[in-house]
Structure formats: structure tokens, C-alpha cells
Write a protein that binds this ligand. Structure first.
Ligand SMILES: Cc1cc2nc3c(=O)[nH]c(=O)nc-3n(C[C@H](O)[C@H](O)[C@H](O)COP(=O)(O)O)c2cc1C
Length: 171
């Protein structure tokens, strides 16, 4: 089975916790995952993997989490031809309704523009917000988590999404 490269960043721990839950669930399901905090990882490391999961919360009103922001210009230069990736991120649909989950869009769009195949789109049903850079029609470009307002939904969303991306990755 192909090894998944899971790359993530987190300022205050919500994304890190979601990453831990997703990894434990998928490993228990037989997936092989190597995990990297982008705070101490060169973004070019992503090119070692054909299958990627990317986790990034939105910060500072429509910005990437700090460590992703630091390497964003290098990330946008990467050639993702032949790669598949699934994106997920934490946000706050009440406090930041005009920028909900923007980081998913900020990372997913260059990935696709640079040759990558996106998997793991997620319906917007069940969320209440005004604007998001993560939108693609009626779907988000990846899984949205909102621990600030819908903490009780997070684990179920992660489990459903894990099954979805396993199928779409062909694992
Ligand atoms: C100063 C600040 C700015 C934020 N900006 C946004 C935003 O623009 N959009 C959004 O969806 N969430 C925003 N959030 C909410 C965070 O994404 C959310 O709390 C998330 O769970 C943090 O993840 P982390 O603990 O992994 O860093 C913001 C939170 C703070 C404190």
C-alpha cells in the first residue's frame, strides 16, 4: 500500500488534535501514514509522496496558519503533477463568517494549478457562514472543522471524511 504524507500546522492545538485523531483512525484502518509538522519541515518534502493529506487552520482573518504562511511562497512553486491530495482545516464560522476556512482554498488552489488532483471535497450543508475562499460550487475544497462552534461534530466529520478519502485515493 502507498504511504500517505500528512503535512500540518497548528497555532493553538485544534488542528494538531484533529490530525492525531485522523491519523489514529486511518492507521487502525490499515493505512500507512508519515506525519510532518510544517513548522520544521521543508515543503519540498511533500514531493516524496504520491498521496498527501494537508491540514491547515485559517488565522488572522483569511490567512494561513503561521508556519504554513512562512513557507507559502515555496509551496506555491512545487510541481504537484501526479500527486493526489486531500485538504482539511479548522476555522470559526461565527467569529470569521466572511473568511471561513480560507486557508483550505489558499492551499488547495495552487495545488491544483500546479498539476495536482484534489480529492476529499466536502458539502457546505451544516455550516452557516457568509464567504469562504474554500468554496467550489456547493462544496468546500476540503473538510471544514469548527471546534469553536461545532466541537461535537468534529470526530464524526473526520471519520466520514477519512472513509471518503480512502476510497478516492484508491486505498
Ligand atoms: C486571531 C484569530 C483569527 C482567526 N481568523 C480566522 C479566519 O479568518 N477564518 C476562520 O475560519 N477562522 C479563523 N480563526 C479561528 C481558528 O481557525 C480556529 O480557532 C482554529 O481552531 C485554530 O486552529 P489551531 O488551534 O490549530 O491553531 C481565527 C482565530 C483567531 C484567534
Amino acid at each position: 500500500m502507498k504511504i500517505i504524507g500528512l503535512f500540518w500546522g497548528s497555532n493553538t492545538g485544534n488542528q494538531e488534535e484533529a490530525v492525531g485523531f485522523l491519523k489514529d483512525y486511518m492507521v487502525a484502518e490499515g493505512c500507512k501514514i508519515e506525519e510532518f509538522n510544517i513548522a520544521d519541515t521543508e515543503p519540498s518534502k511533500m514531493l516524496d509522496y504520491e498521496i498527501l493529506i494537508v491540514g491547515c487552520p485559517t488565522w488572522h482573518i483569511g490567512e494561513l496558519q503561521d508556519d504554513w504562511d512562512f513557507i507559502y511562497s515555496k509551496y506555491k512553486e512545487l510541481d504537484f503533477t501526479g500527486k493526489q491530495a486531500a485538504f482539511f482545516g479548522c476555522g470559526d464560522q461565527v467569529g470569521y463568517s466572511d473568511n471561513f476556512l480560507d486557508a483550505i482554498g489558499l492551499l488547495a488552489k495552487p495545488f491544483m494549478a500546479n498539476g495536482g488532483k484534489l480529492v476529499g471535497r466536502w458539502p457546505t450543508e451544516g455550516y452557516d457562514f457568509d464567504l469562504s475562499l474554500a468554496l467550489d460550487g456547493d462544496d468546500f475544497l476540503g473538510l471544514g472543522l469548527d471546534n469553536d462552534n461545532q466541537d461535537e461534530e468534529t470526530e464524526e466529520r473526520l471519520i466520514i471524511w477519512a472513509e471518503l478519502i480512502k476510497d478516492e485515493f484508491g486505498l
